[in-house]
Design a protein. Structure first.
Length: 536
């Protein structure tokens, strides 16, 4: 089967004449000084200064059908509906194009010859892809975006609970369709061999995780997502990172595992050479969503998403009307994404790193920047404790020592939950850092046993500071009430009295840090020491 069915010559000629005519400012119901047209593999976007108009190409591909005017109108309406969820002030309405191909009129009277989505135009420089290129994409922006995406996923309809959603094709078929569509476009023999190796890994990985994928569906982790969350589809709208251009043309491509969505942006950041920012986004998303068990399937989706971008660029390279330079660039980007997908299939060894130290010792400050440097995931016991009780991270319960959320039973439950998440993360070949006090040997032994079971390195970050420094930090933090930790001076004294020091054997596995003066400086030092330790 051909991956692409082009409109016949007469239809192409009609569309070409209409687009040429739409360069005339007189075609629009508002003042226009200049018209630009951007072409993608499935659409045209007409930029007029104040508004943009998106038209769908009359195409029939394996994964979409825009071949009829009725279908194009339907999918314009779907695009408006879906994008209103995340970008309501960008997506305005669906408008008809009337007249004929020589004298078209946007929002004119009479029968429609075409339809377009009317959008509020934004500067291309505001796309996150452009912001990244000029060094303006900060960790803080990505953290805000991650929280927004996590909230969007939490509110999105569940596939399991929405009638009419076909969950039968499951996880594997869309991935296999990608390979089929790419190979149908006849890449050269070297690339075909690499693609087939990635396809074989995909089949094996799916078989290994088939029960995990089933559990993800059963736990409502398959939802109506954005579907195409990459840097070119997120704009800084009034300084707020705003996803737009959801997938409207194929429901199966947006009713997906939420981790697949997070994987797309993570992969795209890595493709742009910013692995550090990829892990900034991933950590912020996981802390906001609590979906740490989803990391078990993250490598599978990273591969699939890289192959999606490979396919898009191969389609682009085969598109009619491109200059040789444009076609060569698209082909080069295609090869880059194939190479990235192949890199994700290589064996990676996870690791388990736990902290040890009382409240105020600097554990959170020291470990916060480490995931971006190390390519790791960090969990905080203070956040997960609140989540287990259905509370937001910053909730202040005022519970007394060893009461409420902080009873022995509650604490044991928190550590079991952290251990379960650590299994998913380290088992996926990613280092996990568990930020908790770990004052009891039994708590530390649980994670050491998990590392032994998984065959991954185990390290303790032993962080200490003088008592007067601890007291000062805890008192200041309690006064601010702006952190997930609710430790008070009473809690601190209780911890100091009851904690069990590291044994000689544990100390041999520990990196000890004195965080008396500057935990930020300690954070810079610990990343390098951890990298050395985990390579041993």
């Amino acid at each position: 089967m051909n991956a692409r069915i082009e409109p016949h010559a007469a239809a192409r000629d009609t569309v070409s004449r209409m687009l040429d005519a739409l360069r005339d400012p007189a075609c629009y119901p508002h003042p226009v000084q200049h018209v630009d047209i951007i072409e993608t593999h499935i659409s045209w976007i007409i930029l007029t200064g104040r508004y943009a108009y998106k038209l769908k190409k009359p195409l029939h591909l394996d994964f979409l059908d825009f071949s009829s005017l009725k279908a194009r109108r339907h999918y314009c309406e779907e695009e408006l509906r879906l994008n209103h969820r995340l970008a309501p002030d960008i997506y305005l309405k669906v408008v008809p194009i009337t007249g004929d191909c020589e004298t078209p009129q946007i929002e004119g009277n009479g029968p429609a010859i075409e339809y377009a989505v009317k959008m509020r135009e934004f500067a291309q420089a505001n796309l996150l892809e452009a912001a990244l290129a000029r060094g303006a994409l900060t960790p803080a922006l990505l953290q805000r975006l991650a929280v927004k995406v996590a909230a969007f996923h939490a509110a999105a309809p569940s596939a399991l609970k929405t009638s009419g959603v076909n969950t039968q094709p499951g996880v594997l078929q869309p991935a296999l369709d990608n390979f089929k569509q790419i190979l149908a476009l006849n890449p050269d023999a070297t690339e075909s061999a690499a693609i087939e190796r990635v396809r074989d890994w995909t089949l094996q990985e799916h078989q290994r995780l088939v029960h995990v994928f089933a559990r993800r569906l059963a736990e409502d982790r398959v939802r109506e997502c954005h579907g195409d969350l990459h840097l070119g589809n997120i704009v800084l709208n009034r300084d707020t990172p705003t996803p737009f251009d959801c997938i409207e043309f194929n429901p199966a491509l947006r009713w997906i595992d939420v981790i697949s969505e997070a994987a797309f942006l993570m992969m795209d950041l890595e493709a742009h050479g910013r692995r550090d920012l990829a892990y900034v986004f991933l950590n912020a998303y996981l802390e906001a969503s609590g979906d740490y068990n989803g990391v078990a399937v993250l490598p599978f989706y990273l591969v699939e998403r890289a192959m999606v971008r490979a396919k898009i660029n191969l389609l682009r390279a085969n598109q009619r009307g491109l200059s040789p330079e444009q076609a060569a660039h698209a082909a080069a980007v295609f090869r880059r994404y194939v190479a990235l997908a192949a890199s994700y299939t290589q064996h990676r060894q996870g690791a388990i790193v736990i902290t040890h130290g009382v409240s105020g010792s600097g554990k959170t400050t020291i470990t916060e920047p480490v995931p971006a440097v190390l390519g790791a995931v960090r969990m905080r016991s203070d956040v997960e404790r609140k989540r287990l009780h259905g509370l937001p991270a910053l909730a202040q319960t005022g519970a007394a020592t060893a009461a409420g959320l902080y009873t022995a039973d509650s604490t044991a439950c928190v550590y079991r939950q952290l251990c379960e998440h650590a299994r998913s993360i380290a088992g996926a070949g990613i280092a996990v850092i568990v930020d908790a006090t770990f004052l009891k040997r039994a708590q530390r032994a649980m994670f050491r046993a998990l590392a032994t079971e998984l065959g991954v390195p185990f390290t303790i970050l032993n962080i200490a500071a003088p008592r007067e420094v601890l007291r000062s930090r805890v008192a200041a933090r309690a006064a601010r009430a702006s952190d997930a930790s609710e430790a008070t001076l009473t809690v601190l004294e209780h911890q100091i009295a009851m904690h069990e020091a590291l044994s000689a054997d544990e100390l041999r596995r520990a990196i000890t840090l004195d965080a008396a003066d500057d935990p930020v400086a300690g954070a810079l030092a610990v990343s390098g020491r951890l990298i050395e330790r985990l390579r041993q």
